[in-house]
Design a protein around this ligand. Sequence first.
Ligand code: HEM
Ligand SMILES: [Cu+2]
Length: 640
Amino acid sequence: MAIGRQTAAAGHAGVLTRPTWTTGWASWLTTVDHKRLGLLYICTSFLFLGLASVEAFLMRLQLARPEQSLVSPDVFNQLFTMHGVTMVFLAIMPLGIGFANYFVPLMIGARDLAFPRLNAFGYWVYALSGVFIYTSFFLGGAPDAGWFAYAPLTSLSNNPGNGIDFYMIGLLVSGVGTLVTAMNLIVTIINMRAPGMTFMRLPLFVWMMLITAFMIIFAFPPLTIALFQVIMDRTFGTLFYVPEAGALPILWQHLFWIFGHPEVYIIILPAFGVISEVIPTFSRKPLFGYPIMVLSGIFIAFMGFAVWSHHMFTTGLGPVANTAFSLTSFVIGIPTGIKIFNWIATMWGGHVRFAVPMLYATAFLLTFTLGGITGIMLAIPPLDAQVQDTYFVVAHFHFVMGGGALLSFLAGFYYWFPKMTGRLLPEGLGRLGFWLIVPGFYLIFWPQHFAGLLGMPRRIQTYEAGIGLDLYNLMSSAGTFVMGAGMVIVIFSAFWALRKGRLAGDDPWDGRTLEWATSSPPPHYDFDVVPEVNDRDPVWLLKHPHLVERRDPISESVDPDHSPPKHVEQVSIHIPGQSWYPFIASFAIFLGSYGLLFHNLLLGLFSVAVLFYACYAWALEGVGGHHEHIELEPAVGGPA
Ligand code: HEM
Ligand SMILES: [Cu+2]
């Protein structure tokens, strides 16, 4: 019957048929496969990670010695702004989304995300908004008001260049991509789980992505409103943030941080998810306290929306508000601490194998905990008043975002690379990279705590010699060479492994979750037969029933509402066709962004027309695709 639908839909006026290329650049432009899109996300975020690292490197070069002038103050402002924006919006957050794209369907036993074309649209909107923001360097200067772009630094009279417009429009557009991807993940996780994959059997990474997706949906709208207001101010002369007209610019800080604090959890929860997959696998023990891990994730998400004013202790909110937000910030430390205890308890008494993913996971535990401790310190208003806007804060958020999220994603990269490519990353180079990246990281950011306590302000282009800052800054800058060398080794070894790496086989780490039950790389339909799930660690249940025996009753109960697996010899899988329209629609938005920025009505109208056409054709292009028939080997027995 599916076949009847596809032919019926073909042939609408002006609608391209759905392409079916499997190789070549056009196959990537039109792909709707969650694995290909996952790879695109991961590669694109690594590209942006590279750009942000170059910016960081330039800043550290400038700060290596006192009173240097390698980059001017104006360029320095652009560098830290672009570095922060890139790391947060274009590198680290999309890296988590990229892993989710690739692995959420595999981990829940689905064949794709719920809306494959929407997924492609989300990716292209993200990638093109990144390109858009970066073209600012050539079109009148990059944004320079910091990654949180406080009003009134962004008003037309204070900042007449194009940079702020690039920031506002770029983030507005990129937020659209993030939102649709979040909705897609939610629908997929709720509706497309394999039989027996109950909520309390979902791998923790999937749980954390579900929670993250909900956070995105609630966190992005306040940012969107704030961005929209500034765009209106700058384009049409409204007065939302113009103090001369009586506006209160503090509104921006509230709206930004109501988004911004949840945003740091949007970055870190996927990282928690990765760690919760890596640690049990390499400790050969089920995750300790699974239900508590889920609940603490949910609790963090709720509390994440109740702490935003801890970024505003020094703005004069008064003692009542400061006390309230200080207390909520302490409270959020509790579920986070619970998670750290549970990871340690998972390792406790396990047969821990320190392969590279596990090395990164361990470094994550230490580094994230240290960053959490300085976070609690900063949640004390009088202490915050002392170190607000100093390098102490820079050290703190790099410990949680660089040492937390980045190290965790490196663990995920080493863990899942063999699944994505079929080849193992070389272990020796992996260890070398690790021993450069982690000590390099500490060399960069540990001394910044002291520089900050001595009073070195953040976002300064240089500092006086002989006031006690020289050594700390030199150490910091030297660290970038060490850590940078490690990152280069990681990237290099990935390229090397693509061609020459040892073949990984389906299950190199003795994995627990469903992605290890299919081939590496997985076929485009993910699984021959949709698997039946009877445990939280379904693949372990088949291989090592003794490892999952000591389970709580939820996992052991049999689902009453479906019959035992049928004996099948042949399956027929519908493979959706590719589509041009996600790319065309996002390209129209990309062009339209320039139209808005340069007040070019013609370009604007043209883009809107193309966008409308793309939506029309998207709706009418039909199901497309084809059916694939797979002969199965005679049924394999259950666990011996
Ligand atoms: C690992 C190598 C990294 C280095 C060497 C580095 C270096 C720097 C430097 C020098 C600054 C400017 C500090 C200032 O003048 O105030 C900065 C700011 C910042 N970094 Fe990083 N960074 C790194 C990684 C990251 C990561 C992984 C993230 C986030 C996910 C990140 C997010 C930020 C943010 C948000 C800012 C603030 C920008 C602003 O002040 O508006 N950085 N970083
Ligand atoms: Cu916060």
